[in-house]
Design a protein around this ligand. Structure first.
Ligand code: ADE
Ligand code: ZN
Length: 339
């Protein structure tokens, strides 16, 4: 019988909560920074890794946006995205729904099209080389105004053939979902998939607001839902997907340790939970490391891993036929592994 570790590393899975800028490994950041002549707050990759100690979401975002500033050319975005796809495919990710933060680039004078062209070129090549399907989700920075977000939506409309969805990220405190009501209405009217970060640092009320005012299809993080039994009941009934990121939650001190994480309780309660890596270059591991650390700390069993992998495809924006194909692949994998 395979160990749970082998079982996790081999199972086909989808990643639904991944910020492409959060995959910028320190080595690549330093190399691109040198290439583009952008000064960094770290002398080398090792120093950067050492500096990645966060007290909360904002302390992370401050470093993350500074590091992101090395990305300037189409080639930078291409290289970043190719590196992620290669890594993801090696961890049996078959499908990835990838966030990008255009406002963190356009604010520095990088053209919107430079960003999307670089990412898209890698996504097309990634599908050919690594057999990984993808969707691109443009995130709106919630610490900025709705008007600034609406301007981004105009860009997204021009690149609609490459952008499948609209998300909401950045500082949750002080920036409730309701601030972006008009923007999400417009995005839905234009046919975009919509998702929002909620209940990461914010409470259950933030999740409720994202559902009731923004009408999103998925909640990113959502771990604070467990504080509100009526909300949990509703999320279970409607099977609203919650894209949980265990290593991120520990590194950003949403939970004091992995053993304190409520992922297993969420699963046991019947919520449609998935495991994802958020910003893997900053939080100590990609998707398999998230599954592995959660499994070890919370004593997850094979049936939990199977459920999480099934949920990841079920919660994706893939067509019903594609979901069925991937779910069948999981079934075959489980049968091959024996009990
Ligand atoms: N941007 C990148 N990672 C994020 C996170 N975990 N929460 C909110 N915004 C983010
Ligand atoms: Zn995130």
């Amino acid at each position: 019988m395979n160990s749970i570790d082998d079982f996790i590393t081999g199972i086909p899975k989808a990643e639904l909560h991944l910020h492409i800028e959060g995959t910028l490994e320190p080595e690549l950041m330093v190399a691109i920074g040198r290439r583009n002549g952008v000064a960094l707050p770290f002398p080398d990759a090792e120093a950067a890794r050492k500096a990645y100690r966060f007290s909360d979401l904002q302390s992370f975002l401050d470093i993350y946006y500074r590091a992101t500033a090395v990305l300037i050319t189409e080639e930078d975005f291409y290289e970043l995205t190719m590196a992620y796809l290669k890594k993801a495919a090696s961890e049996q990710v078959r499908h990835a729904e990838i966030f990008f933060d255009p406002q963190s680039h356009t604010a520095r004078g990088v053209a919107f099209e430079t960003v999307v062209r670089g990412i898209e070129r890698a996504l097309v090549e990634g599908q050919r080389s690594f057999d990984i399907t993808t969707r691109l989700i443009m995130c709106i920075l919630r610490h900025l105004s709705e008007e600034e977000g609406l301007a981004m939506l105009e860009h997204a409309l021009r690149w609609k053939r490459w952008i499948a969805g609209i998300g909401l990220d950045s500082s949750e405190r002080g920036n409730p979902p309701g601030k972006f009501k008009r923007l999400f209405e417009r995005a839905q009217a234009e046919g975009f998939l919509t998702v929002a970060h909620a209940g990461e640092e914010g409470g259950a009320n933030s999740i409720r607001e994202a559902l009731d005012l923004l009408h999103v299809s998925r909640i990113d993080h959502g771990v604070h839902c467990m504080e509100d039994e009526a909300l949990v009941e509703d999320l279970v009934q409607r099977q609203v997907p919650l894209t949980v990121c265990p290593l991120s939650n520990v590194r950003l001190r949403v939970f004091s340790s992995m053993r304190e994480h409520n992922l297993k309780a969420m699963l046991q309660r019947g919520l449609c939970v998935t495991i994802n890596s958020d910003d893997p270059a900053y939080f100590g591991g990609y998707i398999n490391e998230n599954y592995l650390e959660a499994a070890h700390a919370l004593q997850l069993e094979r049936k939990d891993i199977v459920r999480l992998a099934q949920n990841s495809f079920a919660a994706s924006s893939l067509s019903a036929i594609h979901k069925e194909l991937y779910l069948k692949e999981i079934e075959r994998y489980v049968a091959e592994q024996g009990s």
